[in-house]
Design a protein around this ligand. Structure first.
Ligand SMILES: [Zn+2]
Length: 502
């Protein structure tokens, strides 16, 4: 048995809002005990000296996309979701299996360096997912040393097929071009996904598979049902982007005659294994349905702001009994993989939704969302706390960093002031993946060289797709502004929120 003792640190107790000096005893990657200084005795244990360090539970990312790691700087400045999606060929196209590995590794390294130890990753491949591609993404997480749930993100409708009225709104000269943008038939994706789940070679311990029908409007009913059945057959988690933007919510009602949540309910997708990413444009009835079915939500505030999707009703979700976690979303729509930033933003954004400060998210409850809350989204029961029986996923923060000088309220200062700059070491599954600023698992200098070379090659290969995306951006944008102005009973944008109750 491999034993480790971490000595000399302060250990964050989120519930008690304290960080007292303590020793952490770890056996085979599991925390066995958190005890008073000088009381952990084990002759054969490896010692980690952590004086002047704050040990915090690793942050858990409820929603991200591996493919976005290589897409830095590719998404324009003022770009809403639908324009971003219309450019996805230019942003994510023509990737080799090596590129897929590289992109996932880039994301994973950034997460680790920002104190994140586990992530739920929805990864896209065109036209359908592949065993090699998903294995490459899983291998990247495995090699970096992170914990992850990796799901092929699939659709059987392109954006133009998905949004009713978009093709008709496209000018004559471009209509034939957008008609040619079609997704693969759903049977091909289902078969590919089944092969991926069958061939999974990482077990279910640290890197697990899952299923991700990307966005309800982008998936036929038959496809959604097939994804539900696949997840049941292989007993894996299921995640989708739910009511992320107002155009989705408005067009969902138009297409299905009910809310997107109601549509998923009618197809039998609401169950404990399902998590919804974003869930901004949902009403009380939707929240109750999701909560009653045991579903969870990943709240992704940075992405929600970057692409102008709105502010999710997190307090109302919690009141409805929904399990909520926090996510970064992919780098394409959040410009990085910083869970400290996402956590702080979640706490602060809640303060814009009501003047009644008793309903704002407290630092303590926001940190719970980013740890045990997201762990529930991923379906891991034994991560997110520094307590006996939990896996040793631990962030070592430098208490000498200016953020903690002086230290008075560790939870408050961690949530409202930490940027990730004080992250010094990161342990995942009992192994120091980041050791005093140095990654111990993969060669970061090589990763950087490979990423620069891959980006240059991909930008050249995808130049024609980028030119097409540029041509249609305003068409998609104008259509979505129209949907954004259409009446809908849920108001989640700040300019319309007018201090909605909750
Ligand atoms: Zn996403």
């Amino acid at each position: 048995m491999k034993r480790t003792i971490i000595r000399g640190a302060r250990v964050l107790d989120v519930e008690a809002r304290r960080a007292d000096p303590a020793e952490v005893l770890i056996d085979d990657g599991t925390i066995r005990a958190v005890v008073a200084p000088g009381t952990a005795v084990s002759e054969d244990a490896a010692l980690i000296e952590a004086g002047d360090r704050l040990l915090a539970p690793g942050l858990v990312n409820g929603h991200t996309h591996a493919h976005a790691g290589l897409a830095k700087g590719l998404v324009g400045d003022r770009v809403p979701l639908e324009i971003f999606l219309s450019a996805s060929g230019a942003i994510n196209g023509n990737r080799t299996v090596d590129d897929k590995y590289l992109s996932a590794a880039l994301s994973a390294v950034e997460m680790v360096r920002r104190g994140c130890t586990a992530a739920y990753d929805l990864c896209v491949e065109f036209p359908v997912p592949s065993v090699e591609g998903m294995q490459a993404v899983a291998q990247a997480y495995f090699d970096v040393g992170m914990r992850a749930v990796v799901a092929p993100m699939m659709a059987d409708r392109s954006l133009f097929q998905a949004l009713p009225g978009l093709i008709e709104a496209t000018p004559e000269g471009l209509r034939e071009d957008v008609r040619r943008v079609v997704a693969a038939p759903y049977q091909a994706s289902v078969e590919a996904c089944r092969a991926i789940l069958k061939a999974w070679r990482h077990g279910r311990d640290r890197v697990r598979p899952a299923v991700a029908p990307t966005i309800p409007l982008h998936c036929s009913d038959e496809f959604l049902v097939a994804c539900r059945d696949l997840a049941r057959d292989f007993d894996v988690r299921l995640q989708t982007h739910l009511a992320e933007t107002k155009p989705q919510a408005v067009l969902g009602v138009k297409k299905y005659g009910k809310s997107l949540t109601g549509h998923l309910a009618a197809l039998g997708l609401l169950e404990e294994r399902l998590s919804a990413a974003h869930a901004i444009w949902i009403d009380d009835d939707d929240m109750r349905r999701l909560a009653d079915a045991g579903c969870s939500v990943s709240h992704n505030p940075m992405s929600n702001l970057r692409i102008g999707s709105g502010v999710a009703p997190v307090r109302a979700m919690l009141r409805a009994g929904l399990r909520v976690g926090i996510g970064t979303d992919g780098t394409s729509t959040s410009d990085g993989q910083n869970m400290f930033e996402a956590t702080r933003l979640a706490a602060l954004l809640s303060r814009l939704t009501t003047p009644d400060y008793a309903h704002w998210l407290s630092a303590q409850e926001t940190l719970r969302l980013a740890t045990t809350g997201s762990a529930g989204v991923l379906g891991f029961r034994d991560i997110g706390r520094l307590a006996p029986g939990y896996r040793a996923d631990i962030v070592f923060l430098d208490l000498g960093h200016i953020t903690y000088v002086p230290l008075r309220d560790p939870v408050l200062q961690l949530v409202l002031a930490e940027s990730g700059a004080a992250v010094e070491s990161v342990m995942i599954d009992g192994r120091l993946v980041l050791d005093r600023g140095r990654l111990t698992t993969i060669d970061e200098a090589k990763l950087r060289r490979d990423a620069v070379a891959a980006a240059a090659r991909l930008d050249e290969t995808n130049a024609a797709a980028a030119a097409f995306a540029h041509k249609i951006a305003d068409v998609v944008g104008a259509f979505c502004i129209g949907q954004g102005r259409a009446p809908h009973h849920v108001h989640r944008r700040l300019d319309e929120a007018a201090y909605a109750a909750g």
